[in-house]
Design a binder for this molecule. Structure first.
Ligand SMILES: Cc1cc2nc3c(=O)[nH]c(=O)nc-3n(C[C@H](O)[C@H](O)[C@H](O)COP(=O)(O)O)c2cc1C
Length: 278
């Protein structure tokens, strides 16, 4: 049941909900927009009908449009967003302290607004929200990698892990998790249309929103390889569901470093299409 409803006091019959519906299941039923019962199954719950309604007349899935944030006057100006994007850095120095649970929760609740293929929204965020657990995970990761190294079982192409183990064992330096107090593993069921893309996009949103809150993040390819290729038992221990694919891993926490300016990259590598008419 979609619980699609239209407040007739507010609806101006502008037809924008009809026009914008990606699966074209909204139609005027007499004077007002409606979804025929037999077409409800085609809805993929994008909520565009509610978002596009200028007067807040449309409700779907039991959502109250008044509880949505209004966009007018509430968006960041492009220059600030540009600075956020250009000023985002991979943080590899962290304070050894737990973040407030409500900040972690907010990061996750915002990140789950990222787009997903066919609006599947099945990304699971497996979070290490306590630095003590992170310390155990770090120790077990390093011990497992050390074992693989000594048994000569590091696969070709993964020689970099030799240096990680050496740095940890000889100097106590963590080049896998970068000393972060927290970790998030984004995974999605293998049978989603786009499991990896969904996870990576969600973490990209997580990273940018984290940056705006003063929280540091670092993409963690080394941890992903560790869980998917080298020490799959850690994936089990983290509780990643068996039918899930790990899309990506991100370490995060309060930074112990401050950046004062953007880096300078670009120009973008661009290939422009000049179409030969056939
Ligand atoms: C997919 C991906 C995987 C990465 N994996 C790691 C990693 O395992 N460890 C690490 O320290 N940095 C990792 N990074 C961070 C990159 O090294 C970093 O983005 C790059 O050096 C540019 O620095 P910046 O993020 O500060 O702009 C990864 C980045 C991406 C996009």
């Amino acid at each position: 049941m979609l619980s699609f409803s239209v407040d007739r006091q507010k609806c101006t019959r502008c037809g924008q909900c009809v026009q914008d519906c990606p699966v074209k299941i909204i139609a005027f039923d007499g004077n007002y927009p409606a979804i025929a019962a037999e077409r409800e199954g085609s809805c993929f719950e994008c909520q565009h009908c509610m978002a596009v309604c200028p007067t807040g007349a449309v409700s779907i899935l039991g959502k109250n449009p008044a509880e949505s944030a209004s966009l007018a006057g509430n968006l960041p100006v492009p220059e600030k967003l540009e600075t956020l994007i250009k000023g985002r850095r991979s943080v590899r120095q962290y304070k050894d302290e737990n973040m407030k649970p409500e900040v972690i929760q907010r990061l996750l609740d915002v990140s789950c607004h990222a787009p997903t293929g066919v609006n599947f929204r099945q990304v699971l965020f497996t979070v290490v929200d306590d630095r003590e657990i992170m310390a155990d995970l770090r120790r077990e990761t390093m011990a497992g990698l050390g074992r693989l190294l000594r048994e000569g079982k590091l696969p070709p192409g993964r020689e970099y892990f030799n240096d990680c183990v050496r740095a940890w064992e000889e100097e106590g330096i963590d080049t896998i998790y970068r000393g972060a107090p927290h970790l998030v593993v984004a995974s999605a069921p293998r049978d989603c249309p786009t499991p990896e893309a969904d996870c990576i996009i969600a973490l990209a949103y997580f990273e940018l929103f984290a940056q705006s809150l003063g929280v540091g993040t670092v993409w963690n390819g080394l941890a992903r390889w560790t869980y998917t290729e080298l020490l799959p038992e850690l994936s089990v221990k983290l509780g990643i569901p068996e039918n899930h694919r790990i899309g990506y891993v991100m370490a995060f926490g309060m930074p112990d470093v401050q950046y004062h300016r953007t880096v300078q990259r670009g120009p973008a590598r661009v290939a422009r299409v000049s179409w030969q008419k056939s």
